[in-house]
Design a protein. Structure first.
Ligand SMILES: NC(=O)c1ccc[n+]([C@@H]2O[C@H](COP(=O)([O-])OP(=O)(O)OC[C@H]3O[C@@H](n4cnc5c(N)ncnc54)[C@H](O)[C@@H]3O)[C@@H](O)[C@H]2O)c1
Length: 386
C-alpha cells in the first residue's frame, strides 16, 4: 500500500463555504482520517496550498490548521506542476476568470456552484475544460445529504408507484443587519456583486430534480425582493438590488411537476431548513437535510374537509421514519472523495462543468421567466458543446 500525494490549490477558503465545508470538514478531515482509499489499495493524500487576497488572513488560516503552504499569488500557484487540482469557492463573480486561468494551466477543476453568473460563461468553462481534456467537477452537495440519500433509496425501491409531484420548501429568516447582524454575507443581496436567491438556489434545485426525478424541461418563476434595504458587515445600510425570495414551478421530463419556494424572508415552522415532499400513487415521503419520513397508501388517513369541528386526525401520526442503515458523512466531504478518486483512478463523476452550466442556465431562465412574466422552456445545453 503506497501513499500518493495529490496537490490542491484552494482559492476562496477564507469564506464561509470554503473554510468550513471545503477546507475544515472535507480536506482537513480527509487528511486526519489518513487520506482516501483507492480501489487498488493505495491511499490518496490531499496536500492543499491555500490562496487568498489577504496574506495575513490566509497565513493565519493555514497556521490554525497545520497547513504549511499558502500564497497570495494565484498565477504562480497555477504554474506549479506539482499541484494538479484547482478548487474555487470565491464569490460567484470571481469564478469564471480564475477557473478559466486554471484550465489554461492544465489543472483539473473542482468548484462551487453557481459556476458563473450567466449561462454563456458557465458553458464556456465546460467547453474550455472539454477541449483541454482535464477532469472537472462542480459541488452538488444536496445530493449527498442524509435526508436526500434516504429519499433516493425510497425512490429506487419503487415505493412511490408513479411519482406525481415534488414540493420543496427552503429558507429561513436572514436578519437585516440593523438590530442583529445578518448571517449571510451582504453580497448575496446585491445583484451587481453576483447575489440573488434565484442564482444561488435554483441551480441546487435543478440538480436535485435532475438526479432524483427528471431533467427540468420548463419553468415559471416569480422572484421578489421583500426586504429592500439591509445593513452590511461594516454597519452601512445598502439597497438590496437582488431577489431574496423565489417561487418557482418546474415541469420535468417524464411528467412530474415540482414546485420550490426559496426564501431568506421566512420564519421556520417545519422540521428542517429544507423540506421536500414527494407524492406518488402508492406512497408519499417528506425528506429534510437529515431525516426522511414515508406514508404508504395503506397508512393514508381519510381526510374530510370540515372546519366546523376540531380536526379529528393527527396527520403527523401515520408517517414512519426511514432508518439510517448507514453512517452518513459530511455531504461536501463525500463529494470531494468521489472527485479525488475520479482524478486519481478515473472512477465515474457525472457532476461536471456541463452539469454546473445546466444549473446556471435554469437559474438564468428563472430570472427571465420572472422578468417576462411567462413560462420558459429549457433548451438542452449538451447540443452547444458539440
Ligand atoms: N454549495 C452550497 O450549498 C453553497 C452555499 C453557500 C454559498 N455557496 C457558493 O460558494 C461561494 C462562496 O460563498 P460564501 O458564502 O462562502 O461567500 P463568502 O463571502 O463567505 O466568501 C467568499 C470568498 O471569496 C473570496 N473573494 C475573492 N475575491 C473576492 C472579491 N472580489 N469579493 C469578495 N470576495 C472575494 C473571499 O476572500 C472569500 O474567501 C459562492 O459562489 C456561493 O454561491 C455554495
Amino acid at each position: 500500500m503506497a501513499t500518493r500525494r495529490i496537490g490542491i490549490i484552494m482559492n476562496g477558503v477564507t469564506g464561509r463555504m470554503g473554510m468550513n465545508q471545503h477546507l475544515i470538514r472535507s480536506i482537513i478531515a480527509i487528511r486526519e482520517q489518513g487520506g482516501v482509499k483507492l480501489p487498488d489499495g493505495d491511499v490518496l493524500m490531499p496536500d492543499p496550498i491555500l490562496v487568498g487576497r489577504n496574506a495575513q488572513k490566509i497565513e493565519a488560516l493555514a497556521r490554525a490548521h497545520g497547513i504549511t503552504r499558502w500564497s497570495t499569488d494565484l498565477e504562480s500557484c497555477l504554474r506549479n506542476q506539482e499541484d494538479e487540482i484547482y478548487f474555487d469557492a470565491q464569490t460567484t463573480k470571481q469564478r469564471y476568470e480564475s477557473v478559466s486561468a486554471a484550465i489554461r494551466a492544465g489543472k483539473h477543476i473542482y468548484c462551487e456552484k453557481p459556476t458563473a453568473t450567466d449561462t454563456q460563461e458557465a458553458l464556456a468553462l465546460a467547453v474550455q475544460a472539454r477541449q483541454a481534456g482535464i477532469k472537472h467537477g462542480v459541488v452538488q452537495d444536496k445530493l449527498f445529504l442524509p435526508g436526500l440519500l434516504k429519499l433516493k433509496r425510497v425512490i429506487d425501491s419503487g415505493f412511490f408507484g408513479r411519482i406525481l409531484s415534488v414540493r420543496g420548501e427552503f429558507g429561513y429568516w436572514v436578519f437585516e443587519g440593523d438590530w442583529q447582524p445578518g448571517q449571510r454575507p451582504s453580497w448575496n443581496y446585491r445583484q451587481e456583486d453576483g447575489g440573488g436567491i434565484i442564482v444561488d438556489m435554483v441551480c441546487h434545485w435543478r440538480y436535485v430534480l435532475a438526479n432524483l426525478f427528471g431533467e427540468v424541461q420548463a419553468l415559471s418563476c416569480l422572484g421578489a425582493t421583500h426586504i429592500p434595504e439591509r445593513v452590511d458587515e461594516q454597519g452601512q445600510p445598502y439597497a438590496s438590488t437582488a431577489d431574496d425570495a423565489a417561487y418557482a414551478t418546474f415541469e420535468l421530463a417524464g411528467g412530474i411537476i415540482a414546485h420550490f419556494n426559496s426564501s431568506w424572508c421566512v420564519r421556520v415552522y417545519r422540521d428542517e431548513l429544507l423540506s421536500i415532499q414527494v407524492d406518488g400513487t402508492h406512497g408519499s415521503a417528506v425528506a429534510g437535510l437529515r431525516e426522511c419520513k414515508v406514508q404508504s397508501r395503506v397508512n393514508t388517513p381519510k381526510a374530510v374537509w370540515n372546519p366546523d369541528i376540531p380536526n379529528p386526525i393527527d396527520f403527523y401520526a401515520n408517517w414512519q421514519d426511514v432508518p439510517d442503515n448507514a453512517i452518513f458523512e459530511n455531504a461536501f466531504k463525500v463529494q470531494w472523495e468521489m472527485f479525488l478518486k475520479h482524478v486519481a483512478c478515473d472512477t465515474p463523476f457525472p457532476w461536471d462543468l456541463l452539469a454546473g452550466a445546466r444549473g446556471v442556465q435554469v437559474a438564468e431562465l428563472g430570472l427571465r421567466s420572472w422578468q417576462e412574466r411567462r413560462w420558459v422552456d429549457v433548451p438542452d445545453l449538451a447540443a452547444e458543446l458539440s
